[in-house]
Design a protein. Structure first.
Lengths: 300, 252
């Protein structure tokens, strides 16, 4: 409180008084010095970056296999030619990601909440939630994809969907929900018990306490790791191409590559995924920074 | 010597603003060596900000702070080096909860001053005995009472042998019965000749221990002088109003 000056409200006495301040010579000198110094460090950063890039380019382009490498990975005209095909596939990845993300957030929060239930009555629920996260955090995503994508349709249960796309999504949801549930749980546990006590003392039930007091604070706190998992999901939607019949960006790239033995389509798909995740990554940074300010503003 | 004695700390025309909110305006104050200067004033009058500016935790917007004649607000100087000469104790203790009391006290000597562990621990134990907590050296901060934690924080600041100590409402977070032990320690420090700048709401402490009481209002000094004068016969109308409010609240 007292060591957080930003929180001081303007006192009327101070605000009303005429503020006739003009910077002194000392202050102007200090400002000029700081400007010079930040200009110099910006220049140093630019120069060192340029040198680093130049060295990297020189080293790579002077490797013995560079000409062939360039031809099979960076064939510009071929890359341009396959771009529409891959971009179309990417649109499928984007839709997959949006749908999976929405389901994952709901499932994961439900699992995290299940783990917070107290009392012997809820033991089976807790145990199931723990077993689920243990299992799906441990299983490699690609195995889950194979087992569900090829295994489920082969059961030939008439009312089960047999589309590989459906089961691919289920595999993503199952795996990522386990991760995201742990993130939510960490957030829920980081809310101080006194908050829970305060809410319960007002007569709120356990569920109301979670809904109105604990979860809102928890979600805010875990926003950066949460977004991190979602960025990771964005690119992992590319993995469902292993099921073979889903024409997403990666599979389209694989088809093009198989036809010409030129790997440029993979590079194109990779670049498109990077472009896709950059806005999400920046958003993550921004949220983290904002949280960082909120968190340490009064701590130093 | 005909030169006037240089104050240990000289604050000259200091200004600090957060956006349009000017927290300190044209504030000048001298703290002579071995004196205890007490800052009083309402919440938001700028006491904490002033202390943070002196410890270079804030970048000032104008004016200068001289420590032993050296302008420490000059961007060319090394702020970390200045901070090793100035100790600060916070309202909320700010002990490191993941370290034992002893490690809290030896962290800076070992990491900043590169003193060997055995030597640093000897010095730390001396300092902990000085604040009456030698038997708590192995404890974690959360096993101590608030008063004990604050005394550890003071020991942590003192162990680097600062030339100036800043205290930022160090008793405000304490239970009333624990305030005394911390204030006693401050009084002892003052008797040992430490130069201190103490922001406080404890008027009794200001009256008994301070050499000078400074009343801050709206970011500058409304009135300053010996405690008897400021606390018993305030001249400034704002000081009078502030003290009357404190008396009414029964907090002497």
């Amino acid at each position: 409180m007292a060591d957080r000056p930003g929180a001081h409200s303007a006192r009327p006495a101070a605000a009303d008084r005429l503020d006739s301040w003009t910077p002194s010579a000392v202050q102007l000198d200090r400002l000029a010095y700081r400007r010079r110094r930040s200009r110099r460090s910006a220049l140093a950063a630019a120069v060192s970056t340029a040198v680093l890039i130049a060295v990297g380019v020189l080293v790579v382009t002077n490797t013995p296999g560079w000409p062939q490498f360039r031809e099979s990975f960076f064939d510009l005209s071929y890359g341009w030619q396959v771009l529409p095909q891959i971009a179309e596939g990417l649109w499928l990845n984007v839709r997959l990601m949006l749908i999976c993300e929405a389901v994952i957030l709901v499932v994961a929060l439900a699992i995290a909440l299940a783990r917070t239930l107290r009392g012997p009555v809820f033991f089976p629920v807790r145990a199931a939630a723990i077993g689920y996260t243990d299992l799906f955090r441990g299983l490699p995503l690609i195995l889950v994809l194979y087992m569900l994508g090829f295994g489920m349709p082969s059961l030939r249960v008439s009312w089960l969907p047999s589309s590989a796309l459906f089961w691919g999504c289920v595999a993503l949801v199952l795996t990522y929900s386990a991760y995201v549930a742990e993130v939510f749980r960490a957030g829920i546990e980081s809310v101080h018990p006194s908050q829970r006590a305060a809410a319960r003392s007002l007569g709120l039930t356990h569920a109301q306490t979670m809904r109105h007091v604990v979860v809102p604070q928890a979600v805010r706190r875990v926003m950066p790791p949460l977004l991190n998992d979602l960025v990771s999901l964005q690119k992992d939607t590319g993995l469902i191409s292993v099921l073979g019949v889903i024409y997403d960006a990666v599979l389209n790239a694989r088809i093009e590559t198989a036809a010409t033995f030129n790997y440029t389509p993979f590079v194109v798909a990779g670049l498109l995924f990077v472009v896709l995740t950059i806005p999400m990554t920046r958003l993550t940074d921004w949220v983290a920074r904002r949280q960082g300010w909120a968190g340490t503003g009064g701590a130093l | 010597m005909t030169m006037p004695v240089q104050p240990l700390l000289r604050i000259s025309h200091l200004r600090k603003a957060y956006g349009s909110n000017v927290v300190l305006r044209d504030l000048s104050l001298d703290v002579p060596a071995h004196q205890c200067v007490t800052l009083i004033g309402a919440s938001g009058s700028g006491k904490s900000t002033l202390l943070r500016c002196i410890n270079l935790l804030e970048i000032v917007d104008d004016g200068q702070v001289f420590l032993q004649g050296r302008d420490i607000t000059d961007p060319r100087i090394d702020g970390d080096q200045v901070r090793t000469q100035v100790g600060i104790v916070f309202q909320a203790f700010n002990l490191f909860p993941h370290m034992s009391v002893l490690d809290n006290v030896t962290l800076a000597p070992r990491r900043v001053h590169r003193i060997a562990r055995a030597e640093a621990e000897d010095a730390a134990m001396t300092m902990l005995s000085r604040v009456g907590l030698a038997d708590k050296a192995k404890a974690r901060p959360d096993e101590l009472s608030g008063g004990q934690q604050q005394r550890v924080a003071i020991a942590r600041a003192l162990v680097a042998k600062p030339v100036l100590m800043l205290f930022d409402e160090v008793t405000s977070a304490l239970d009333p019965e624990l305030v005394g032990e911390v204030l006693e320690l401050l009084a002892e420090l003052r008797d040992d000749g430490m130069t201190m700048l103490v922001a406080t709401h404890e008027m009794g402490f200001a009256r008994q221990v301070a050499d000078t009481v400074v009343f801050l209002d709206g970011g500058d000094i409304a009135e300053a002088g010996p405690p008897a004068q400021i606390l018993e016969h305030p001249q400034d109308e704002r000081t009078q109003r502030f003290l009357r409010r404190i008396l009414d609240a029964g907090r002497r």
